[in-house]
Design a protein around this ligand. Structure first.
Ligand code: CAA
Length: 264
């Protein structure tokens, strides 16, 4: 079902799996402000449509690129104020990914550079093909990563590796991205979307509220002191006992049958 069409992104849903495709293949899916706006709008639709989208896959159109960064042709004459607005727009749109109750998978089908690496880093997990390439090339353009790269990348792979990637501005292979924890899985290019869908189906067998709350707990707790994070986890854990899914999940186990989760 192709139910939303934006100028620069496509949003489709099939069998509970949403696919958001950044759709500017002529410029390797570079992110201009209109595309960032479309991404934010599409993500708000995803949040509203939990009835048809249980897990979201984000990918890029065409065989070559996930997203080759922010659109350099739009940026090259920008003022400081325009730069700030573009960065804030990207931050707002990428924050929508983290705030979704649905789990998100970046299916990185080629270049994930600059804003593309930052978009992938905002997803709950990243799978790539063995031709994917990652990089933060901004310092080569005389700027720094401005769509979360100095922050989310650091949290994913650690300060040393993040600073190395950013300061050298060199591209790394999928294998290296996997080794340093930036990629969670690598597949053959023609199996990338099938693999992403298999992961989505595995997640969808579980209680949707529990998946959303687990995502929330991991993300919220990651930057809190451990004692506060642990307390937050206790609260969120206890809240799951208010759901029908908790009763159903445990009754199904005791009755030795598969659970039928209602998401309530
Ligand atoms: N912005 C605008 N246009 C881009 C682009 C970008 N980030 N990346 C690629 N394109 C365009 C190219 O200009 C080219 O357009 P034309 O056909 O009109 O010439 C088209 O996409 C195809 O690209 P190439 O011909 O360059 O393809 P290639 O295979 O030779 O090289 C590449 C691929 C190595 C990815 C190269 O395109 C490249 O280096 N792109 C820029 C990558 C980059 O620096 N990204 C970071 C941007 S800054 C940023 O993201 C800031 C931030 O903090 C968020």
């Amino acid at each position: 079902m192709n139910f939303y069409k934006y100028d620069n992104v496509l949003l489709e849903a099939e069998d509970g799996i949403g696919t958001l495709t950044i759709n500017r293949p002529k410029v390797l899916n570079a992110l201009n402000s209109a595309t960032l706006q479309d991404i934010g709008d599409a993500l708000r639709e995803v949040k509203e449509r939990q009835d048809v989208i249980k897990v979201l896959i984000i990918t890029g159109a065409g065989p070559k690129s996930f997203v080759a960064g922010a659109d350099i042709s739009q940026m090259h004459n920008m003022s400081v104020v325009e730069a700030l607005n573009l960065s804030k727009l990207a931050h707002n749109s990428f924050a929508e990914i983290e705030e979704l109750p649905q789990f998100t998978i970046a299916a990185v089908n080629g270049f994930a550079l600059g804003g593309g690496c930052e978009l992938a880093s905002s997803c709950d997990m990243r799978i790539g093909s063995n031709t994917s390439k990652f990089g933060q090339p901004e310092v080569g353009l005389g700027i720094i990563p401005g769509f979360g790269g100095t922050q989310r990348l650091t949290r994913l792979i650690g300060r040393g590796k993040a600073k190395e990637m950013i300061a050298t501005s060199t591209m790394i292979t999928a294998q290296e991205a996997y080794r340093i924890g930036l990629l969670d899985e690598i597949t053959e290019p023609d199996q990338l979307m099938d693999n992403a869908k298999e992961i989505a189906k595995t997640i969808m067998k579980n209680g949707p509220i529990a998946v959303a709350m687990a995502k929330y707990s991991v993300d919220r707790g990651a930057d809190l002191p451990l004692d506060i994070a642990i307390d937050m986890e206790s609260q969120v854990w206890a809240e799951t006992f208010a759901t029908n899914d908790q009763s159903e999940g445990m009754e199904a186990f005791l009755e030795k049958r598969a659970a039928k989760f209602s998401g309530k």
